[in-house]
Design a protein around this ligand. Structure first.
Ligand code: T4K
Length: 385
């Protein structure tokens, strides 16, 4: 038997790393801003970013915010969602926090094994006379079953809001993911494919919402002295918009680079028993936001949690997104829909999936080494036993 010597990576490798533009290009934009003395409140950089993003996302209408969470909070408010919202437990806390800040009650729906997205086949059975919306998440950038969700929404007259925090540039059969439903939120956080340090956007089909959303993120003001809505401050400033404009130019290359990295992961992981790759869907143009694997403990010989800990010894810092499930939050766990027996798949998946290091700067040799380590760790463990 060949014994491969495994050493730790020289530098720590994390789940992601921000895409950063050339500092000189950012400096030039900073000079423009300094000269203008206009540093926030819908300035030139913000207007330019809005225009560029409209093109890039093929958006009908767009509003930009200081982060994705506030975008989602205000999106739900603008759509006047009330009562119960059918949503997924397998998401980042922000999705449910947006529900909570709107005084809405979540009704948790189980997820699909393949995509980790809300299981559209189970939505209809959860509808009551209080249901007003479906809030689905394109988890890790893989699109939800938008067709089925829309059919249900049309039948019961429900709003459809997508948390597309991970889905920047995702397409479904060459159609932009944000063209589905009433509204889609994108996150522009540092860890996302496209970032403005912190930031986010809503893309929506109804142009009448534009004025309302612009007012909601600016203290509910219309003009300078009339307050028409109970808004807040959720504006993206000029400095962040300027950085975003430079980052946007790099996004397509980054996406291509991530596609290459994904192929190397796939090539080197596919023959390992007990490892399934989540982020591969046929016929969709993915955002390549995350690279996620699922571990079958019995076949692989080790649990996801054990692997996650072992990898740290090799300087590899993976993440157990989205542990814990949102249905486990102390303020939700007593809801009927939050009970274990209603969310069996979500409970299973959250124990077994692992987000791997995934960003354009990651060297292909490092990816191969990570895969070798994943292959070898259970073999070594079995030798020690
Ligand atoms: N909906 C969904 C489905 C979401 O996933 C999110 C956010 C939202 C809504 C809300 O959108 P925003 O309001 O954030 O726009 C990160 C992000 O903070 C969060 O935006 C993201 N989802 C979530 C999935 O990941 P953490 O707690 O994992 O971040 P952190 O600081 O541990 O960063 C992860 C890794 O990234 C680090 O280990 C190293 C690297 N990193 C991070 C930062 C911030 C860097 O190399 N440089 C950096 O500056 O939440």
């Amino acid at each position: 038997m060949i014994i491969i010597s495994l050493t730790a990576l020289e530098e720590p490798v994390h789940v992601t790393r921000p895409l950063l533009p050339d500092i000189e290009k950012v400096s030039n934009r900073m000079k423009e801003i300094w000269e203008s003395r206009w540093i926030t409140n819908n300035g030139d950089q913000h207007k330019q970013l809005e225009k560029e993003l409209t093109k890039h996302l093929r958006a009908k209408n767009i509003s930009i915010f200081s982060n994705g969470t506030l975008a989602l909070i205000l999106g739900l408010k603008a759509l006047e969602v009330k009562g119960e919202v059918i949503t997924t437990p397998f998401t980042f806390p922000a999705t449910l926090q947006a529900v909570d800040w709107n005084g809405l009650t979540p009704v948790f729906c189980d997820i699909e094994k393949e995509t980790l997205n809300i299981d559209a086949n189970q939505i209809e059975s959860l509808i009551t006379n209080k249901t007003s919306a479906i809030l689905a998440v394109h988890v890790f950038g893989n699109p939800c079953d938008v067709k089925k969700i829309q059919t249900i929404a049309d039948k019961y007259n429900l709003r459809v809001i997508y948390d597309g925090a991970h889905a920047f540039g995702t397409q479904i059969k060459w159609r932009s993911v944000s063209s589905f439903g009433d509204m889609t939120m994108f996150s522009f956080h540092a860890t996302k494919l496209f970032n403005t340090v912190e930031g986010g956007a809503l893309v929506y089909n109804n142009e009448n919402l534009k004025e309302k959303l612009e007012s909601l993120k600016n203290f509910g003001l219309r003009g300078s002295e009339e307050v028409i809505l109970s808004g807040m401050n959720a504006k993206l400033n000029e400095i962040q918009a300027a950085i975003g404009l430079e980052v946007l130019k790099l996004v397509e290359n980054e996406r291509k680079r991530r596609e290459e990295i994904k192929k190397v992961y796939e090539e080197n992981l596919k023959s390992i028993d007990g490892i399934r790759i989540i982020t591969t869907l046929e016929g969709e143009n993915n955002s390549f936001q995350y690279f996620v694997i699922e571990i079958d403990e019995e076949k692989y010989g080790m649990s996801r949690d054990y692997l996650h800990e072992e990898l740290k010894k090799y300087n590899i810092f993976t993440r157990r997104y989205f542990n814990p499930l949102c249905s486990e939050f102390s303020w939700y766990r007593d809801l009927e829909s939050a009970k274990y027996q209603n969310l069996k798949q979500a409970h299973k998946s959250v124990k077994n999936v692992l987000s791997m290091p995934f960003y354009g700067d990651l060297q292909l040799e490092t990816v191969k080494k990570i895969c070798r380590i994943i292959r070898e760790i259970p073999v070594r463990l079995s030798r020690i036993k």
